[in-house]
Design a protein around this ligand. Structure first.
Ligand SMILES: Cc1cc2nc3c(=O)[nH]c(=O)nc-3n(C[C@H](O)[C@H](O)[C@H](O)COP(=O)(O)OP(=O)(O)OC[C@H]3O[C@@H](n4cnc5c(N)ncnc54)[C@H](O)[C@@H]3O)c2cc1C
Length: 511
């Protein structure tokens, strides 16, 4: 063993972020000399929301060796093929942001360019008619593609809807099985080293002091170490993402769980609808300058589909990011790093992205600033990519029935996003710097879905025979429809391999 290796990692916080980190470290630092300790306070609790995910979570499970069916069963999860947006763009509009590919690229040309030319010649169905995930989602269907899947099933991509509390519990069991030590207690003091300001130890309410070399701050919005102790600073993005509150309320639900999240725009924000095996998760995200908490709650409750299962919970947040995700010997994960509101379900992914980078740049006891700086650069980039994608939904609003949306449509946006929109408006082009989290297909679906219609298309497309392209597009569309018709319903699929106890398939959805 290298004498400079880290021996004590302390994780502060046992929400989704803390337990994801603990699970991953328990697996990867299983070297016999690094101990991982997690401190959490039941009295403080966790945020208890965060139920929709995006596809990379599949690889997190794989890396940890977690069996997906066990995970789905334990977290009352369902499968998610994308997000249905209702009343975004214009009131009455409806579109899908589906995971996975759109059609088939042809001779190096992105599929959507062929679609755009065709659309300039005749009325066309929405572009997600060329998506396996969307075709399955709108029909309530799901099947796992598997490694040997043939076209078009091989293009289907999925993520999960899960119960946040059960997920933390599941990861905790995993991490403890792999040697993570858990300490229950409330941290009341943070001791800094006098010579360099590194965190030396945390003190619990019972007086116990817990020392460490590397500290992971997973303490939620407050940033117990990164902000309260190290005063790192926070960059706010509220000028672009003005929603600052949410009310969450689960309700009863039965039937075939829709394999998608629904995001419905209201007058001063939007409502999520997340089907789980045992209930429906709902929440209203809104801007407090435009609507009172009471009114926001009334809007939420009046838009529920079933009996309320718990009293509505009110939450406050400020969109933005910590100026440094890694400062001295403290690395943040989760809400302590920052928060982009949940419209595209990205927070859990940002935890995963942070863990992956931490493992790739894991420090030793000398804490070379090179690793820290690279980590901070990459995390900033991840956050900004997500930020721009979410702002797009707010900016591309044409609703004139509410002051809130009119202000969003009129706002200035980051240059990085303005350039993307301008290229798309011009000839439907999409350029990315590096491999962005949301691929071209996602941008195309949201831009077209919210009526950013390109003025032209890639001129090289005109070199392709019009009739052949039209015929090819039609054949493809039928292939996606045919696939979706043949798949089982989500309820049937869950019942076949990963149903939690008590999951019931309504007769009309049974095999
Ligand atoms: C309205 C809303 C909706 C969301 N929806 C989604 C979504 O659909 N998808 C998604 O990916 N993400 C979503 N998120 C984000 C998601 O909830 C979080 O990213 C995720 O739960 C991680 O939270 P966390 O672990 O960082 O913080 P928390 O859950 O707040 O955990 C903090 C932990 O720190 C502990 N702690 C704090 N102070 C102390 C102390 N003094 N002593 C000891 N322990 C302490 C707490 O006890 C707790 O264990 C949403 C967030 C909000 C606000």
């Amino acid at each position: 063993m290298n004498e400079n290796n880290i021996r004590e990692v302390i994780i502060v916080g046992g929400g989704t972020a803390g337990w994801m980190a603990a699970a991953a470290l328990s697996r990867y630092l299983n070297n016999g000399y690094t101990t991982v300790t997690l401190i959490e306070s039941e009295q403080i609790g966790t945020i208890g929301v965060g139920e929709a995910t995006i596809p990379p979570l599949i690889s997190f499970n794989e890396l940890l060796g977690i069996n997906e069916n066990d995970f789905v069963r334990a977290t009352q999860a369902t499968f998610k093929l994308g997000i249905e947006f209702v009343n975004w763009g214009r009131l009455g509009d409806r579109y899908f942001h589906a995971f996975g590919e759109l059609g088939k690229d042809f001779q190096g040309l992105p599929f959507h360019q062929l679609y755009l030319r065709e659309r300039s010649r005749r009325p066309m169905p929405e572009i997600t008619s060329w998506s396996s995930s969307a075709a399955a989602a709108v029909r309530g269907k799901f099947a796992r593609p598997g490694q040997k899947a043939q076209f078009p099933l091989d293009q289907l991509r999925y993520a999960f809807h899960l119960d946040a509390t059960l997920y933390a519990r599941f990861l905790r069991a995993f991490a403890e099985r792999h040697g993570v030590r858990r300490i229950e207690g409330k941290i009341v003091d943070v001791k800094l080293r006098s010579n360099d300001g590194f965190v030396e130890a945390v003190t619990l309410a019972n007086g116990q002091s817990i020392a460490g070399e590397l500290f992971l701050d997973c303490s939620g919005f407050r940033g117990l170490l990164i902000e309260e102790a190290l005063q790192t600073g926070y960059e706010e993005w509220t000028q672009w993402l003005p929603c600052d509150r949410a009310i969450a309320a689960p309700c009863r639900y039965s039937g075939n769980p829709d394999p998608f999240t629904r995001a419905t725009a209201h007058r001063s924000g939007w409502q999520w609808r997340i089907p789980l095996q045992h209930r429906m998760g709902n929440g209203h995200v809104y801007c407090s300058s435009f609507i009172s908490d009471e009114e926001a709650e009334r809007v939420l409750v009046s838009n529920l589909e079933g009996e309320l299962l718990d009293s509505p919970r009110r939450l406050r947040f400020t969109t933005g990011r910590r100026k440094l995700a890694w400062n001295r010997n403290v690395v943040t994960l989760g809400l302590s790093t920052g928060f982009v509101e949940p419209l595209e379900s990205t927070s859990i992914h940002l935890v995963q992205a942070g863990i992956a980078r931490l493992l790739a740049m894991f420090p030793d006891r000398r804490f070379n600033p090179l690793e820290r700086d690279e980590y901070n650069r990459q995390i900033q980039q991840q956050f900004e990519w997500v930020r721009d994608f979410v702002i797009l939904h707010y900016k591309a609003m044409q609703r004139d029935d509410s002051e809130f949306w009119m202000q969003c449509a009129a706002m200035d946006i980051p240059d990085t996003l303005a350039e993307k929109i301008a290229h798309f408006r011009n000839k439907g082009r999409f350029f990315a710097e590096g491999v962005e989290l949301f691929p071209r297909q996602s941008w195309v679906e949201v831009m077209l879905g919210q009526n950013i219609i390109p003025e032209g298309y890639e001129p090289v497309v005109d070199g392709l025979d019009e009739d052949k392209v039209a015929h090819g597009l039609e054949q493809l569309r039928l292939a996606y429809m045919d696939l979706a018709e043949r798949l089982p319903t989500q309820a049937q699929f869950i019942a076949s391999c990963c149903a939690a106890e008590g999951f019931q398939v309504a007769p009309e959805f049974a095999l």
